[in-house]
Design a binder for this molecule. Structure first.
Ligand code: GDG
Length: 476
């Protein structure tokens, strides 16, 4: 079997505790362990003069290879271009974008350094799988160094509509870089269509029926490969965690009240302030829920070094304070807002006792929390998932209560509906969602991606779907 070389901005180091990690990192590690290979990425360290050579350690069948970043590269690549430009852009937050040429140069520089450090570790038949928006140019940089291996790329976040992507001064450089991959994977068909629509409209790309396209003089393939979770294992973790001390403590603390749970990284894409406001709206419109419901929002900090994230934290503090200040009683507070993280097992138990899982991002590539909440439910007495139509997961979890996260009233209505839904309807909605998750667990997702990447026969074009020419191509 060919070795797998996985490249991602951060990796799950051998010593890192699995219980604190996300399901995705665990699954990637398991795939690598099965197949044998290298996991390459940033060490998470920022140092004065980083070495140009990767530091390697081997554990089991995986070699971990990491690079440190200099303070300048960390500012330009990670804080700057990846998280202050590409992240808001792909989540449709044009007003939050900070664009600096120096940041783009830093982003390119780090990708060049990654490619150079990876090169000596590669063998001719390795399969290379690059993850996410931090590393879009990596494939093209490897090609410049003469790498001819199969290289695939998966975008975990949304690909925005053409007019939004074009707000990026470097959109053509990134579009062109993507065409150096043999396969470009997206979370949903919507993202594939947005990407191909961009290429057709801006570069005169030719699109064929099976996701094949020709752009910038190259021919390659885009495909929707929605990511899953470790469905059965997570369901079992939740079943066991139902009687774990933390879950029992949480259940006791509710004194019979219904629990609404939200678990989101503290990120402006997750719609957190409006979720908390929606609870206030529910208590205003339906006073019968006062004293009867508790909303537990778990939001570990993330990207604290980016200014917008610090501002968001202040905003949430203030909204949570306002709602509690207005509706709390001496023996009850509607919102429990926890700015810290819990182990995966503990989260699973919390999901299971929650009557409502509240997932209302303004945009999300997929949203694994929605899937984890569904997997964690008791089949005999499942809770209700409220899910934003703008999360990729809404494409698969169609029987959730699908909401528009910009519409405060509809969020409050959905909370009311979720809290009062009869058991028969809860089961009827939950079953098809759980079946969908069983069909696409994370290990199957990994295999599907790798099979599609290795499939050279699929490189043959099918029927042509669209041809459009644009003056923009001349400017490339
Ligand atoms: C990106 C895309 C896409 C959260 N709090 C704790 C904790 N978590 C875990 C969750 C879940 C993961 O983190 C978050 O995944 P999401 O999918 O919800 O969101 P992003 O972090 O934004 O992920 C997203 C994903 O990539 C995968 O492709 O779905 O759209 O934005 O697994 O459970 N885990 C632990 N403690 C916590 O307190 N252990």
């Amino acid at each position: 079997m060919a070795r797998l070389v996985m490249v991602s901005n951060r990796l799950l180091a051998p010593r890192e505790r699995v219980s604190r990690a996300g399901g995705l990192a665990i699954a990637l590690r398991e795939t690598l362990q099965r197949q044998g290979g290298i996991w390459f990425g940033w060490s998470g360290e920022v140092v004065g003069s980083p070495s140009a050579t990767a530091r390697t350690t081997t554990a089991g069948r995986i070699t971990y290879a990491t690079l440190d970043l200099s303070p300048d590269d960390h500012d330009a690549y990670y804080i700057g271009y990846a998280n202050s430009t590409l992240w808001p852009l792909c989540h449709y937050r044009l007003g939050l974008i900070e664009f600096r040429r120096a940041a783009f140069r830093g982003y390119q520089r780090v990708n060049v350094n990654f490619a150079k450090a990876l090169l000596p570790l590669l063998r001719p038949d390795d399969i290379i799988w690059v993850h996410d928006y931090h590393l879009i140019p990596l494939g093209a940089e490897l090609r410049k160094l003469g790498v001819t291996n199969r290289i695939g790329f998966f975008l975990h976040i949304p690909f925005p509509a053409k007019e939004v992507f074009c707000a990026l001064p470097d959109h053509l450089a990134l579009g062109r870089a993507l065409t150096h991959y043999d396969l470009i994977g997206f979370q949903t068909q919507n993202d594939v269509d947005a990407f191909l629509g961009y290429l057709v409209g801006e570069t005169g790309a030719r699109v064929f029926s099976n996701g094949q396209f020709e752009a910038f003089g190259r021919s390659t393939r885009a495909q929707a490969l929605p990511i899953g979770i470790d469905t059965e294992a997570f369901a079992e973790t939740a079943r066991v965690a139902a009687s774990a001390p933390e879950t029992v403590r949480l259940a006791r603390s509710l004194s019979g009240r219904s629990l609404i749970i939200g678990v989101d990284r503290l990120d402006y894409s997750k719609g957190l302030p409006r979720k908390i406001e929606a609870l206030g709206e529910l208590l205003e419109d339906h006073p019968e829920h006062r004293g009867k419901v508790t909303y537990l929002q778990i939001s570990p900090s993330s990207r604290d070094s980016v200014a917008q994230y610090r501002a968001l934290r202040r905003e949430i503090d203030s909204v949570a304070g306002r709602v509690n200040g207005r509706y709390a009683e001496f023996d009850w507070a509607p919102v429990r807002y926890l700015n810290k993280s819990f182990s995966r097992g503990t989260l699973a138990g919390f999901y299971r006792v929650a009557r409502v899982g509240f997932v209302a991002p303004l945009r999300d590539g997929m949203n694994l929390v929605a899937k984890e909440y569904v997997a964690a439910q008791d089949p005999e007495d499942p809770g209700v998932l409220i899910l934003s139509r703008f999360a990729g997961a809404a494409r698969e979890l169609e029987t959730a209560l699908i909401v528009n996260p910009f519409d405060l009233d509809s969020l409050a209505d959905a909370l009311h509906r979720g809290l009062t839904m009869p058991l028969s309807e809860r089961i009827a909605r939950w079953e098809p969602m759980f079946d969908a998750l069983r069909l696409n667990p994370i290990d199957v997702w990994c295999d599907r991606f790798l099979t599609a990447l290795k499939d050279e026969a699929a490189d043959d074009r099918g029927e042509i779907r669209s041809v459009l020419h644009s003056a923009a191509v001349a400017a490339v």
